[in-house]
Design a protein around this ligand. Structure first.
Ligand SMILES: Cc1ncc(COP(=O)(O)O)c(C=O)c1O
Length: 398
């Protein structure tokens, strides 16, 4: 009898290989053998959500009015709170009704916005290396990705502009992310975004700025919001999230803010797909933004402290690193003699196997990430130091 075969869609087949798959499988296998693995692989905050937020969630969850379906674009008071935060922090005015939307984590919002805006024949510019969903969401929407080397300088903007000029039809969208994952690259001021808005206007390109690490900054650095540039709302939207700064990754809540047409497109697609975030989570999120600024400051001090430890440890094993001033990652170049001709994916596999440490290989974020490793600052001092003792021992063994 002929084998019965069920095939996934062409859309699924368009996805590039998931390069973290092998690493995750090995990590799980080790854990099943009861081996203590120090996991610095993912930017998954390990510190608790501030207690007032949890308390508000519990209280709101008991109220039957919050147990019904909610509004798919988020309740008004939550969207208003986002507008208040933007006004206070970035001097940006937003209409909570037409320019703000709550999503089930910024990753969901980003992905559905791509689906709402893009289709076959469209091209999107994405700097490489990139947070993988910036590539996958475009591919899933049926559009094509053109990568450009990541940079925060005039030169990198010239490359983006040249790419817009050369490609015909012109690209439909540009995806940016500062502070950047995985490299932790930041912008000094608004000049980069100002040029982006000019390019976007000239070539009629929509911009999505992923601002997931906007509130996770150190050494007094303040990350600029794309929306604070004049004209930004005409060309794009910015995604923010409560996952990182408020340790609410599991709660699944983020926001899109900016261009009305893009927000409307996202609201439309979400109106078909979902019934909104659990209302008690939305109410607790208002408390987060209203009352937890100090918790964020304290959390950032923790990340800064861990960053210093990691940078010290890296210097001792000879990995080249620029101290990041934002994000929850350290991005470091591994010396060639330690890689011994291997790619970083194999090197990361070796570290799990021989040092019981997970760190993310740069190659998994794109070709330009090869040679680098990304360390997430999600463990305490002792565990971080232990991780690097293990790595050092492995490297010295040769
Ligand atoms: C750049 C970037 N964007 C978005 C996300 C996902 O955020 P959320 O939890 O809001 O979906 C992450 C998480 O690691 C990230 O690094």
């Amino acid at each position: 009898m002929e084998e019965f075969k069920i095939e996934p869609s062409e859309r699924i087949k368009r996805l590039p290989p998931y390069l973290f798959g092998r690493l995750n499988a090995l990590k799980l296998a080790k854990r099943q053998q009861q081996i203590d693995i120090i996991d610095l692989g993912m930017g998954n905050p390990s510190d608790p959500t501030p207690q007032v937020i949890v308390d508000k969630l519990c209280e709101a969850a008991r109220d039957p009015r919050n147990q019904r379906y909610s509004a798919s674009k988020g309740i008004y008071n939550l969207r208003k709170e986002v507008a208040i935060k933007y006004a206070k922090q970035y001097n940006v005015e937003l209409d909570p009704n037409s320019e703000v939307l709550a999503c089930i984590g910024s990753k969901e919002g980003f992905s559905h916005l791509c689906l709402a805006m893009l289709g076959p024949g469209d091209t999107v510019i994405v700097p490489d290396p990139a947070f993988p969903i910036h590539i996958y969401a475009v591919a899933l929407a049926g559009a094509n990705v053109v990568t450009v080397p990541l940079g925060n300088t005039q030169k990198s903007l010239d490359i983006i502009k040249e790419t817009c000029e050369k490609l015909y039809p012109h690209p439909k969208m540009l995806i940016l992310n500062f502070p950047h994952n995985p490299t932790a690259m930041t912008l000094d001021d608004l000049s980069y975004f100002e040029t982006v808005v000019n390019i976007a206007r000239k070539f009629n390109i929509a911009v999505i700025h992923d601002f997931a690490y906007g509130d996770t900054c150190f050494d007094g650095y303040k990350a600029p919001s794309f929306l604070s540039v004049k004209g930004a709302k005409d060309v794009g939207v910015e995604f923010s999230t409560l996952s990182k700064a408020y340790n609410m990754a599991g709660w699944r809540i983020g926001f899109a803010a900016g261009n009305k047409q893009m927000i409307e497109a996202l609201a439309t697609i979400k109106g078909y797909y979902d019934y909104g975030i659990f209302q008690a989570i939305q109410i607790a999120s208002i408390i987060a933004m209203r009352h937890c600024e100090n918790d964020t400051i304290e959390q950032n001090k923790k990340y800064q402290f861990r960053r210093d430890i990691v940078c010290d440890c890296l210097a001792k094993i000879g990995w080249q690193v620029e101290k990041p001033r934002a994000s929850m990652f350290v991005w470091a170049r591994v010396p060639d003699d330690q890689l011994k001709g291997k790619g970083t994916i194999d090197f990361a596999m070796d570290l799990i196997e021989n040092a019981n440490v997970v760190i993310a290989p740069g190659r998994a974020f794109g070709e330009n990430g090869e040679g680098y490793m990304r360390i997430a600052l999600v463990e305490n001092e002792n565990r971080l130091r232990q991780a690097f003792r293990n790595i050092k021992k492995y490297i010295q063994k040769g």
